[in-house]
Design a protein around this ligand. Structure first.
Ligand code: DGL
Length: 257
């Protein structure tokens, strides 16, 4: 088979990476995609580094075995602990793209911006994020905010319920009126973006890394000469370790939100 026709493999701990898949499809609708969400083991945020690394490598191996021509690790948590191993294993054969909190555009959005970065406890604890913060801390005030429990709302399909609003209100209480921008540093969070925007107010700019990841994937596939030249709409196949019809229905709902 012509490699350009092969699917792009997209992985997340659950349904969150669909927020990235949406951006990939928006930018490259003619590509074929295979999405794998590990909802059975979600959330990854509270697990050990070793466990997240093992699960991530296992599922990326699966996507490569299914013939993926490029890999997108559509999970900030998995990227922070496994991207080095994945690049070492696969970079010579195919592009491997990770995602990290979109701190740069948030910092550059305003002089001396006060930026809230929401992410899983693991993303915030890991070295990768500390390096990212060091890069920008002279230009902005950066407040990391670990949000354990937030991906679970999205996994349950709750995108605007009262419990979710109460959870976020409590998290945001110390920052109300004190931030200019918020970074959604977990791929589950864009699905609750309207609630985040409503609670923080319309003057707060909201950033996520989905569109930037899509542009980076296109750049890398172009460089490798594996972009699909087809003018037709590509196919999207969605797999989930939960394997139930309800789970796939939730994934499809999120994809077409
Ligand atoms: N979607 C994942 C991320 O971007 C994490 C959610 C989880 O804890 O599993 O970090």
């Amino acid at each position: 088979m012509d490699i350009s026709q092969a699917p792009v493999g997209v992985f997340d701990s659950g349904v969150g990476g669909i927020s990235v898949l949406r951006e990939l499809v928006k930018l490259m609708p003619n590509e074929n995609y295979i999405y794998y969400g590990d909802s059975k083991n979600a959330p990854y945020g509270p697990k050990t580094v070793e466990e997240v690394r093992r699960l991530t490598v296992e599922h990326i191996d699966f996507l490569v075995e299914r013939g993926a021509k490029a890999i997108v690790v559509a999970c900030n948590t998995a990227t922070s602990v496994a991207i080095k191993e994945l690049r070492a294993a696969y970079e010579e054969i195919l592009p491997v793209i990770g995602i990290e909190p979109a701190l740069k555009p948030a910092v550059l959005s305003k002089q001396n911006a006060r930026v809230l970065v929401m992410a899983t406890p693991m993303t915030i604890r890991e070295e990768k994020f500390h390096h990212l913060m060091q890069e920008y801390e002279a230009q902005a005030e950066i407040y990391p905010l670990a949000c354990p429990g937030l991906p679970e709302f999205v996994e349950a399909g709750d995108l605007d319920g009262e419990d979710l609003k109460a959870y976020l209100s409590e998290k945001f209480a110390p920052y109300q009126g004190k931030v200019d921008a918020v970074v959604l540093g977990c791929t589950h969070y864009p699905f609750v973006r309207p609630v985040i925007q409503e609670l923080l107010g319309s003057s707060v700019a909201v950033f996520d890394g989905g569109a930037g990841t899509a542009r980076e994937l296109r750049r890398r596939m172009r460089e490798s000469g594996i972009l699909n030249p087809s003018g037709e709409k590509g196919e999207i196949s969605i797999l989930n370790s939960r394997e139930t019809a309800e789970e796939i229905a939730l994934c499809e709902k999120l994809l077409f939100l």
